[in-house]
Design a binder for this molecule. Structure first.
Ligand code: DGL
Length: 268
């Protein structure tokens, strides 16, 4: 039975979902989070659908065992390749949410976008989930997609706000696929970490959409509509990784302004 003070579970392949976790914590400080970063299998973006589905189901079981009231797939590669399978797997034990649908709705309903760029992992871009869903809701929008697979390892290795990351960002964003865009969807939860660098590349002329904020607002509305909002926090947030990486700790501290409660936990 779901209880309002039960935690929100969320998972990603690594630190990326922390952008969403942080946005949820800022908006809903009374909610407790349980986060799983599957660093042992990172990156998901280069894996087959079958592998992504299998990892996602395993983590879902772990989060269900931890009594999560809802589970957010805080990873675009898994949201666009494994959402239906995970939903079926969880049955009526918990609501499963993904990070793609809230952004699709936001973009499809906007009145000031026309030529939208989309960047993400190969798994996300090859699934075509974003363009298909956006165009089924608003056929006047043009979606220009580009896979940017170097961004995840670059971010996981801590190459941000430096010359190397600026060079990689420039090399991808100057491609023809993204010519003349007015807005850009960061279709990977790792990318908000380099959002400022991306905005700077465009001299702030392109609307680089804050996807983590959109997802957090969606979670707030979803919990409110389903009478699942917590009124008082019961305990600390907990973070698990399937393998230790030094950077996970560091980025967690940057996001949450303090050392996070981090534990290595293999669930396979
Ligand atoms: N943060 C992820 C995403 O949103 C995962 C990237 C990866 O592991 O390749 O797609």
């Amino acid at each position: 039975m779901s209880n309002n003070s039960n935690p929100i579970g969320l998972f990603d392949s690594g630190v990326g979902g922390l952008t969403v976790a942080h946005a949820i914590s800022s908006l809903l400080p009374q909610e407790r989070l349980i986060y799983y970063g599957d660093t042992a299998h990172l990156p998901y973006g280069d894996k087959s659908k079958k592998a992504i589905v299998s990892y996602s189901k395993g983590i879902t079981d772990f989060l269900l065992d931890n009594n999560c009231k809802v589970i957010l797939i805080a990873c675009n590669s898994a949201s666009s390749n494994a959402y239906e399978e995970v939903k079926k797997h969880a049955g009526n034990k918990a609501k499963i949410l993904n990070v793609v649908d809230p952004v699709v709705d936001f973009v499809a309903e906007s009145t000031d976008m026309k030529n939208v760029g989309l960047i993400g992992t190969k798994a996300t871009i090859n699934s075509n989930t974003y363009p298909d869903r956006i165009q089924s809701k608003n056929s006047s929008l043009i979606v220009n997609s580009l896979a940017t697979p170097l961004f995840v390892p670059m971010i996981e290795e801590g190459f941000v706000f430096d010359d190397i990351s600026n060079a990689i960002i420039r090399s991808y964003l100057s491609r023809n696929e993204l010519k003349d865009i007015d807005s850009l969807i960061l279709g990977c939860t790792h990318y908000p970490i380099i959002r400022n660098q991306i905005s700077r590349y465009y001299n702030f002329d392109v609307n680089v959409i804050d996807t983590s904020r959109i997802v957090a607002e969606y979670i707030r509305d979803f919990l409110g509509d389903n009478d699942l909002l917590s009124t008082s926090r019961k305990g600390k947030d907990k973070f698990y990784v399937s393998d230790h990486t030094l950077y996970f700790d560091a980025i967690g501290r940057i996001f949450f302004n303090q050392s996070i409660d981090l534990e290595k936990k293999s669930i396979w």
